[in-house]
Write a protein that binds this ligand. Structure first.
Ligand code: NAP
Length: 253
């Protein structure tokens, strides 16, 4: 049996990843605030945990609950996909509320760090295949005014993946870890970026033109690429990997 812990499965890329990972010998632990009933109707091998990743002090208990239902002695592989994310507040930092700032960093950076730390603790003695995929973003490198928190969190996640990658190199039974930049995908997160008030977030235009010029990929295609990556033999452990198909950009020129 292979076990998958996936965050952010109520819509977008996370929903597609969960959908495509459904298989008789796979068990999925899906995490988001809203339960995805469509996924639950499709498979009996899903444990759905309606959980707000802002509750960072409850993450250890959440992982404890998950690992209590994993039969480690018969597990062929255990995988964590940190996919959940939020873009808000899209605003110049001096106009953001302290609570909004805290939430962004908690969901985008602290929660995946805590989930990864707990995942490694729970799996460190197991001989099964163990991998963490952190879904990051090219926003870690490409900076726009109004997106400082999202970019800082993703850059932090990339550095975290790289450092933990180094740590795991000396582990007896290492956990593989990577950060993936998935590209530009037609999801709610993109819609939120392009529909911001342009007076507050002038770069909304950039997101508008990306949509208009057909440069967005589908969540299904992106999920397929991420899953291919997850099972790759030469998993690029400790790396930040950009999987966007840049030929899409060339086609537009
Ligand atoms: N779309 C893009 O163009 C793009 C580009 C680069 C990187 N990415 C990355 O790809 C990943 C998926 O993004 P997406 O575009 O699919 O976004 P999305 O459609 O907005 O979905 C975000 C998911 O995260 C969950 N989530 C948000 N806040 C949460 C919280 N407090 N607790 C638990 N779950 C929470 C949401 O579920 P609930 O609301 O039900 O909690 C939802 O399932 C993210 O890491 C994003 O940064 C996306």
């Amino acid at each position: 049996m292979k076990y998958f812990i996936i965050t952010g499965t109520s819509r977008g890329i996370g929903e597609s990843i969960a959908e495509q990972l459904m298989a008789p010998d796979h068990h999925l632990f899906c995490i988001s605030r809203e339960k995805n009933m469509r996924l639950l109707q499709q498979s009996s091998s899903i444990t759905y945990l309606a959980f707000d990743l802002n509750q960072v002090d409850q993450i250890e208990a959440l992982m404890e609950q998950i690992f209590q239902s994993i039969d480690k002695s018969h597990a062929e592989g255990i995988y964590l996909i940190n996919n959940a994310s939020m873009i808000a507040p899209v605003a110049f930092i001096d106009t953001a509320e302290a609570m909004e700032i805290t939430r962004n960093i908690q969901v985008n950076l602290l929660a995946p760090i805590l989930l990864s730390a707990s995942f490694i603790k729970h799996t460190k003695h197991g001989a099964m295949d163990k991998r963490i995929v952190n879904i990051s973003s090219a926003s870690a490198r490409n900076h726009l005014p109004g997106m400082s928190l999202y970019s800082a969190a993703k850059a932090g996640l990339d550095v975290f993946s790289q450092c933990v990658g180094l740590e795991q190199n000396s582990a007896q039974a290492p956990v593989g870890i990577v950060s993936i930049w998935p590209g530009m995908i037609d999801t709610e997160l993109q819609r939120e970026a392009r529909t911001q008030d342009k007076a507050v977030f002038p770069s909304a235009d950039v997101f508008d033109s990306v949509k208009e010029s057909g440069m967005l990929t589908t969540p299904e295609d992106t999920a397929r690429q991420i899953i291919t990556f997850l099972f790759k033999k030469d998993f690029e452990h400790g790396e930040v990997v950009d999987i966007y198909d840049y030929s899409k950009l060339t086609e537009q020129r």
